[in-house]
Design a protein around this ligand. Sequence first.
Ligand SMILES: [Zn+2]
Length: 203
Amino acid sequence: MKYLADLFTRNRAWAGDIVAADPEFFARLCDIQRPDLLWIGCSDSRVPANEIVGLAPGELFVHRNVANVVPVTDLNAMAVIEYAVSSLGVRHIIVCGHYRCGGVRAALEGHQAGAVALWLQPLRNLADEHRAELDALGSAEERWDRLCELNVAAQVQAVASSEIVEAAWERGAELAVHGWIYDLKDGLLRDLEVTVGNIAAGG
Ligand SMILES: [Zn+2]
């Protein structure tokens, strides 16, 4: 008896459907990976990157962590950005947060411990920076949702000011960093219009 046999069954069905529609699909992907997009999102199981933008394997380079935080000291995130920008040549980096993010709520409530608490310290700092704005909101849910948005904007700035991205712009590479937010309630994305970069909309 296999562990998680149902997942292998689902995998066979998935691969079979793709090959039925496009017999060369996997053969083409074997040879080259050339996505134009890097997605930096939350690990939340309800926000699956490829699915919510309807993209197939090969079209999205993905990095996810708790609450889509991009500290410049995080070797993992920096390696992903470096590889995406310098080797794959992606032209768009999308930082995508989501409303009702558990990591953001944990940072607001401030009573967690261990690795998650350490990881969320930048979010606690961000909440402190925007304390007046957050406190002026009428409910805990509004503060929670607003900090989700503020976090996306802050992470766009963090990515845009990383050495890797600044170096890419200095050498004239086309590259834009976008901040989006996903709503669990209706499955829709919203552009927070905090894009930084040298690509015009529609490009
Ligand atoms: Zn989340």
